[in-house]
Design a protein around this ligand. Structure first.
Ligand code: SAH
Length: 244
C-alpha cells in the first residue's frame, strides 16, 4: 500500500530533544510515524539562548525555590517555528485545563499542533500571555517536565488519525467516547483460574451482547466515576443493571 500523505504534524519545543520520539517511535504511533501518517518535529529550546552560557532559566522574581524558564528565550524558540497561525499552540502545565477525549478529537482534526514542554518551576507567565499558549494538563499530579505529558497528548491524537488504527470504528466505542467507561473485555482461554467468560459473550446473539456491554459500561461508570455518570445519565436513558 502506498504511504498516505502526511498532514498532521506535531512540533515539540523542549530542553531535552533526545527524549523524542521515545515511546512514540514504537508500536501503533511508531508504525504510523514510519508510514508518514504523521510527522514529528523536535526543537531544542536551548538553541534560542543568546548569552555565552546559553542559559534558558533564572531565579523566580519574588524569591522562592527553583528556576523559571525565561520568557525571551522561549519566545524566540516559538517564533522560530514556521506554523500556520490557526494551528493550536499548547503549553503542557499542571495548571492547564485537564485533557479530555473530546478535546483530543478536536486536536486530531487540526493539521497539527505546537507543544511547549515546561521544566523547572515552570515558564515565565508573560510568554504564555504574549504567545497565546493554551495550557493543558494531563491530570492532577506534578511531573518533572512537560515531555511525558506532551508524549501522552500526541499519542492520544495520533491513534485517532485516519489510517492509524486497524478498524475505523475501533476508536468510536472506547472509554469516554460516549461518556461512559468501556465494558470489560475477555479473550481465550474460556476459563481462567476457575473464572469463565460471561456466557452471553459466547452466545453469538449480537443484540444480547450489545445490551450486556451497555449495562456493564453503565454499572462501571456509576461505581467508579460519579462525575461522568451524572453527566451521562442526565442526557441518556440508563438501560439498568447487568443481568446474571
Ligand atoms: N511549579 C509548577 C510545576 C512545574 S513542573 C506548578 O506547581 O504548577 C515542570 C513542568 O512539567 C511544567 O512546566 C509542565 O510543563 C510539566 N508538567 C508537570 N506536571 C504536569 C501535568 N500534570 N500536566 C501537564 N504538564 C505537566
Amino acid at each position: 500500500m502506498a504511504p498516505q500523505q502526511t498532514s498532521w504534524r506535531a512540533t515539540v519545543l523542549t530542553l531535552f530533544p533526545e527524549m523524542f520520539p521515545g515511546p512514540l517511535g514504537v508500536s501503533l504511533a511508531g508504525r504510523a510515524l514510519a508510514a508518514g501518517l504523521w510527522a514529528l518535529e523536535v526543537r531544542d529550546i536551548r538553541a534560542s539562548a543568546t548569552d555565552r552560557h546559553r542559559s534558558v532559566d533564572d531565579t523566580p522574581a519574588g524569591g522562592g525555590p527553583g528556576m523559571v524558564l525565561r520568557a525571551d528565550v522561549l519566545a524566540r524558540a516559538i517564533d522560530a517555528v514556521e506554523i500556520s497561525p490557526d494551528r493550536p499552540r499548547l503549553l503542557m502545565s499542571p495548571r492547564g485545563r485537564p485533557l479530555t477525549q473530546s478535546r483530543v478529537a478536536e486536536l486530531a482534526a487540526e493539521t497539527g499542533l505546537m507543544i511547549v514542554c515546561g521544566r523547572f518551576e515552570g515558564v515565565d507567565q508573560r510568554v504564555i500571555e504574549a504567545r497565546g499558549l493554551e495550557e493543558v494538563s494531563i491530570g492532577d499530579y506534578v511531573l518533572s517536565g512537560g515531555e511525558i505529558p506532551a508524549m501522552a497528548l500526541i499519542d492520544t491524537c495520533v491513534r485517532l488519525l485516519p489510517g492509524v488504527m486497524g478498524k475505523a470504528e475501533s476508536g468510536a466505542d472506547e472509554s469516554f467516547s460516549h461518556g461512559l467507561l468501556e465494558y470489560p473485555q475477555y479473550t481465550r482461554p474460556q476459563e481462567f483460574e476457575g473464572r469463565p467468560i460471561p456466557e452471553i459473550l459466547l452466545s453469538g446473539d449480537h443484540a444480547k451482547v450489545e445490551a450486556w456491554r451497555r449495562a456493564a459500561a453503565e454499572a462501571l461508570t456509576e461505581a467508579r466515576r460519579p462525575d461522568l455518570w451524572a453527566a451521562w445519565a442526565s442526557q441518556n436513558q440508563p438501560k439498568g443493571k447487568t443481568g446474571g
